[in-house]
Design a protein around this ligand. Structure first.
Ligand code: SAM
Length: 300
């Protein structure tokens, strides 16, 4: 089978870190350096970029998009924390959750922290951002990354999310949760065939993801939760969300980005999927759940 990434080459996405700069200042800087700005993209077709051309994303305004070979690893704006090198798909969870400044937010599986730094930018560094991870090494990478990004509202914890007591003083005020648990990563690589993924591993990942999602919904004040994976497998995505909602009638799915071209597999059309062919990103899945009391009454 052909690799879809070869047919639809990825663009180079960067996220402007609004804790340090603005999109307008970044665009001006890059224009002075010789890049050519073509304005805001309107469709996926506008993302076919050549040479030094770049555009602003049509869905997430703080994303700038460059031709696939553009490399910012040695660029001053990257080293200074003004630009975060992050695929558009991986910017979706924080963008969709969009916690306001001053809110109490939990990033449950946070390292290495690109989504945490995006959450902090949306919160304008105001409020409380609790970020956990089980892996000490990844947490230490995360500390460096957050420092460079100018994030100051975070509390990092080396902790198993499943062992956190939702009723404890530190966690009971949490209103927003981003849950991006370990997954098969099948959206990130160019697999020849999806069946390459070991079924036993998939089942065990799905069981872990479901446990995490159920645990996340048990936080007493949580109103909104975003569940995301970089997997293309239904078992880790729609099936996890459906199984959780079957047991929990206090939350419902809310539609994410109605203009987005690819939705969750039926019947979960409120969720979003991303892929190299439809959105020129990695394969990705995003679901947003909201507590009923905050929305209109449930349909009978
Ligand atoms: N959200 C991260 C980001 O954007 O940089 C990526 C998260 S990665 C997909 C999943 C993370 O979950 C890994 O860093 C892993 O160490 C962590 N993890 C796995 N099991 C966990 C648990 N029980 N509690 C907390 N973190 C866990």
């Amino acid at each position: 089978a052909f690799c879809s990434v070869t047919i639809f080459p990825h663009c180079r996405y960067v996220r402007v870190n609004t804790l340090k700069t603005s999109v307008a200042d970044t665009v001006d800087y890059l224009k002075r350096e010789g890049f050519t700005y073509l304005g805001q993209a309107r469709t996926v077709e506008d993302l076919t970029l050549k040479g030094t051309h770049f555009v602003q994303d049509m869905d997430i305004p703080e994303i700038l998009i460059f031709s696939p070979k553009t490399d910012f690893h040695n660029h001053f704006l990257y080293k200074a924390g003004h630009l975060i090198l992050q695929d558009k798909a991986s910017c979706l969870p924080a963008h969709v959750l969009h916690p306001p400044p001053g809110s109490v937010v939990l990033d449950a599986c946070a390292a290495p922290g690109n989504k945490t730094s995006h959450l902090a930018a949306l919160m304008e560094n105001r409020g409380r951002l609790l970020a956990l991870d089980l892996d000490a090494k990844r947490l230490s990478t995360m500390s460096t990354l957050l420092l460079r990004a100018g994030v100051t509202c975070q509390t990092l914890r080396h902790q198993d999310f499943l062992k956190v007591d939702p009723q404890s003083a530190e966690y009971r005020e949490v209103e927003y949760i981003l849950l991006d648990p370990s997954c098969s990563g099948s959206g990130m690589v160019c697999l020849r065939d999806d069946s390459d993924t070991d079924p036993a591993r998939l089942s065990s990942l799905a069981a872990f993801q479901l446990k995490c999602l159920k645990h996340a919904l048990s936080f007493p004040r949580v109103n909104r939760l975003v569940y995301s994976t970089c997997s293309v497998h239904r078992q880790e995505n729609e099936d996890v969300v459906s199984a959780c909602l079957q047991e929990n009638n206090h939350f419902r799915l809310v539609p994410v980005l109605p203009q987005w071209p690819e939705h969750g597999l039926p019947p979960l059309s409120q969720c979003l999927r991303a892929s190299p062919s439809s959105t020129r990103t990695h394969g990705f899945f995003v679901a947003m759940l909201q507590r009923h009391s905050e929305t209109e009454p449930m349909e009978p």
